[in-house]
Design a protein around this ligand. Sequence first.
Ligand code: EPZ
Length: 425
Amino acid sequence: MGLAYFEISGGKRLRGSVRVSGAKNAALPIMAASILCDGEVVLHDVPDVADVNFLAELLRKLGLDVERRPDRAMRLVVRDEMNCKAEYDIVRKMRASICVLGPLLAKRHRAQVALPGGCAIGDRPVDLHLRAMELLGADLELVGGDISAKAKQLVGTEMFLGGPFGSTVLGTANAMMAAVLAQGVTVIEMAACEPEVVDLANFLSACGANITGQGSPRLVIEGVKSLKGCEHRIIGDRIEAGTLMAAAAITNGELTLENCRLDHLMAYVDKLRAVGVQVERRDASTVQIASARRLEPVDVTTQPFPGMPTDLQAQIMALLCLADGNSIITEKVYPDRFMHVAELNRMGAHLRKEGPTVIVQGVKRLIGAPVMASDLRASAALVLAGLSARGVTRVSRVYHLDRGYERFEDKLRAVGAEIERKEED
Ligand code: EPZ
C-alpha cells in the first residue's frame, strides 16, 4: 500500500455543523497517568488518531491492558508492573512518550525512557522534565541514549519549571504525575496553564490525588499513598476547533462547532475577530463561525496559554495569506516551526521568513499545487490553503495529519469540501 495523500478541489464554501473530537494532547498524558492507578480507568471521547494508538502500544508493553471501545471510550488497567522501559522504537515515533517517565518513577520506583531525538519543529529538549524528577529525589543516569531513573520514594519539593520559552506543558504533566505519589507537598512554580494540564489535574483528582492551582502558574500537590481508577471525559480538542474555525473563514463559509469551548481559545478568537471573522458563542459548548467579507491583516505572536497557541500558528498563517495587507507572525514557543512556509509559497503565497518571524504579504488568491506535509499542524495549514485555492491541491504525507486529526477529510467533506484521500502508486 502506498502513502496516502489528499486531493482537494478548492473554492467550496463550508457550511454546516461539526462535532470536535476529544483532545489528543489531553488524552496522551491522561492515558500515561493510568500507570499510577490501582483500579480501572475508563476514558471517554478518546480520539482515534495515530498518536493515541502509539501510546496505547507503549502502555501495553508496560503491562497495561488497553481496550478501545467502538463508542470512543478506552479502558486501561495495570496488569503487570515488571517492565519499566520505554524503548527508542516507540519514543522516536512520538515524543509525547516521555510522559510515562513521571508515572513509572512514582509508581514503580524506576524508569528507563529513550531520549527523544530532534523533530521537524525544532530541537525540543527534555531537560526540564529531568530536572523535575531530580528535584523530587530521583537518581538519573544516561545509558545508551536512554534516561535511566530510580527513586525508592519521591519526596515533595518546591520547583521552578520555566525554560527559555516559558512554561512546559508535558514537563508540568510529568512533574505533576510524579508528585501525586510523593511524600509531602510539591509546589510547581511557572507551571503550564494549558487546558490539557487542567484536564490531567482533574483526572488525577478524581482518582484521589490532592492538587490545587490547576490552570494557574502555581500548582500545589500534596502526595497521597495510592490512586484508584476513575471514569473521565477528555476535553474537546481546542486545536482541531481552531483549525475548523480557520476552515470556515478561509472558504467564506459558516460552521457551527459542537464540543468547542471558547474560553480555551480566547487569544486565537481575538485574532480571528480582528481579521474580520465572526465568532459567536451559542452555548457553553457550541460556537458559530461566519466569514463573508474581506480579511484584515493582523500581527500574531505565539505564547504559552492563555496566549496564542503555537499549534495554531501554521493555520492562521494560511488564513492571513489571503488578507488585504501585510501581517507579521512571530513564533515564541518553537522558533523553527515554519516548515509550511515554503510549501505555502508554492501555492502563490508571499511569505518571507526572518528568524523566528514570518512576514505575510496578503495575495488575492492561492493556486492549487502539489505540496508536502512536514508535521502535524503544517499539514493542517496546507489543507486549509487547498480548501481556498483555485484548482487542485495535492497534499502528500498526510500521515502527519493523521497523528492528531480524526478522519479530518470526512469531517470537511460532510460540510461541503471536495477532498479525497488517495493512495500513491
Ligand atoms: C506540547 O508539547 C504539545 N504536545 C505540543 O503539541 C505543543 O506544540 C506544545 O506543548 C506547546 O504548546 C503534547 O501535548 C503531546 P513544551 P511539549 O514542553 O509539552 C521548551 C501538536 O502539534 N522546553 O510546552 O513537548 C521547548 O523546546 C504538538 O499537537 C525546554 O526547553 O512542549 C519549547 O520551546 C506539537 N525544555 C517550549 O519549552 C524542556 O524540558 C515549550 O515546549 C521542555 C520544553
